[in-house]
Write a protein that binds this ligand. Sequence first.
Ligand SMILES: Nc1ncnc2c1ncn2[C@@H]1O[C@H](COP(=O)(O)OP(=O)(O)OP(=O)(O)O)[C@@H](O)[C@H]1O
Length: 714
Amino acid sequence: MLAESELLKGIMKKQESNIAFLLSVGSDMARVRGRTDLLNVINSRLKILFTCTHCGIGIVNTVTGETSPFLIDPDSKASYDTGYAGLFDDFDIRADNIINQVTAADVPLVFNLEAEEKTGRLPAIFKKNLQLGIKEVLMVAFNINAHLTGVLSLFSDVANSFPDQYFDILKGISNQLSIATANIIANEQILESEKEKTFLLSVSHDFVACRNKNEFLDVVHEKMGALFPYREMVISLLNEDGNTHSAYLYNLTEESRNHQDYQERAAEKYMLEDGIYDILLNSEDPLVYDLEALLLRDFVPPYINFFYENGSRELVTVPLRENDRCIGGVFIWMGQKNTFTPSQLNLLTAFCSQISIAVANIRAYEKIESQLKQIDQFKAQLEEEKLYLQQQIDTAYNHGEIIGQNGGLKDVFNLISRVAVTDSTVMILGESGTGKELIARAIHNASPRKDKMLVKVNCAALPASLIESELFGHEKGSFTGANERRIGKFELAHNSTIFLDEIGELPPDLQVKLLRVIQEKEIERVGGHQTIKTDVRIITATNRNLLTEVDSGGFRIDLFYRLNVFPINLPPLRERAEDIPLLITHYINKFAQKFGKRIDKIADSVLKQMTAYSWPGNVRELEHLIERSVLMASGNTLKEVFLPKAITVSPPVDKVPATEVTLLDECERQHIIHVLKHTAGRVKGPGGAAEILGLPSTTLHSRMKKLKIEKADI
Ligand SMILES: Nc1ncnc2c1ncn2[C@@H]1O[C@H](COP(=O)(O)OP(=O)(O)OP(=O)(O)O)[C@@H](O)[C@H]1O
């Protein structure tokens, strides 16, 4: 009886001490925050109860079947083997082996490793321990959560080192382990997600500061490199055509950059339906490809081969989205296979969504930059136009009416009115000073392009080396002295007309370039690589016989035909002497006004002289002569002009009556009479004097009345 109560007391004492032991282990475990703390508690407590070399905790995911190490004791010799952690993958939860027996049992189990090996069911991790002298293992399972089970293992290098007297305590400890392990996992997840949050925040912070592609690429490289050791990276975006994609940004290895196909791969537009990109566009998550397996397909896009040849073995694609619309994807190339953990892929998804935002921002920024550039270009163009207009005003060019339309220029005016409304290329032919530029302006002013200014280039006035830049512009630094970018006259004349005066003087190499511009309707600035579309109407003028130039090889025949679409021949002044009195009147009035003089008469002899003169310099010569003569004149009669002793044509004596002094009014009177004689006195109707003189018949009648022109005069 006594012995019985002593035994009972002993048992109770033992139970009490067990409870006390468990309570104290429990309070140690409650303080555990991380895996090292847990290992310390196990080592300090369990290694007192059992003689063992080391311990370990593994985790089994009962849903996915994955196993992983949770706690590896540094006292484990096996753990020094680099492949040790990998042995956890080599475990089948469906097979009959010791871990599965433990997870199924509710009590701790002891296994003799040698005996187990003989059954052929010993998992690799235990085999490794056996090789290193471990004889026995004591194992107990505990639940962590609905799908995770933990397995605590104690290893010993001597047999029979795990007496079952402490199994109850071990079972109690395993229950506490389940709470401690769950806490550690939750804690680690929180830390991990905090780390991810901090990482993503720093990514977004650094991306916001990026102003251009290069800065952005540097940040992507730095941040992605911090996530995993990637080999190469390409961001490939959908092109505007909606059918292709091309590389927008990439970070490649030297091998790839030195590869013979590098330029081609980088510039190529790849079809969307390439078996990789189309899948990427439709996926929400990262997709991982084994390149060797991909290369077995019947068709793979050429970039797969390119990266494989340069050492990549695995590809991860992640879609990029902007407002729910897929704009492209990130291609990450790895040097080895199976490099990603699921949590890395999750983080990669979040990282790439930041990339999407940054790409959208950079593209918007690039758009704004190019618009600003365009505005600058327009500003420069406006400056040019302003300068040009200023020059035009400064030269006080006579834009006034063309005198002589009633006479020899009548046919010319018919041609002008026909061609002006079209976009046809016009070639104006005529001697120097016949008014070719005046006609070019008249065509432009009567054309739908009249609201923009006519741009004139005198091909003879510039050295051959500068004509190209004058016509097509140049980029900054394209030649010595090109300190700024300059737009050319063709660009300036966009939507307007360009007047190429003295076209016969254009050097041969420029003739080729002009021909190309006419054919392609686009220009390239000197030193530039970009073609610029232009819509320019071309009018040329020459006083040379271009066909003779073509024969002698000085002018390209193909260009001649391109330019000579609508030729207008301006007769020399000597062949339209009937215009001379009108021109004289016009210029006397103009210069008298300019010099503040009053001249209303002209000596008859002077008029005769001028009508008889051959005018080799045509209207310009007449204009200059009258300017000089008006300046020199005293009184209100122009008595003298300073004609050179040039060859004269026979004077049309019948045109001006031989009176001593001809009033300017008289000059006009004579001209009207001359025309009326020509029309046999008919004023109105087709071919009538009013039509020839370009006046309404009522105006002509009142002029005739004022100038006292009678039937008898005709
Ligand atoms: N029919 C005209 N009526 C009024 N002025 C004219 C007429 N023809 C020419 N002029 C004047 O003569 C001058 C020379 O004209 P313009 O420069 O147009 O000749 P051009 O044939 O182009 O000469 P070049 O071949 O030397 O360049 C200008 O001042 C112009 O205003």
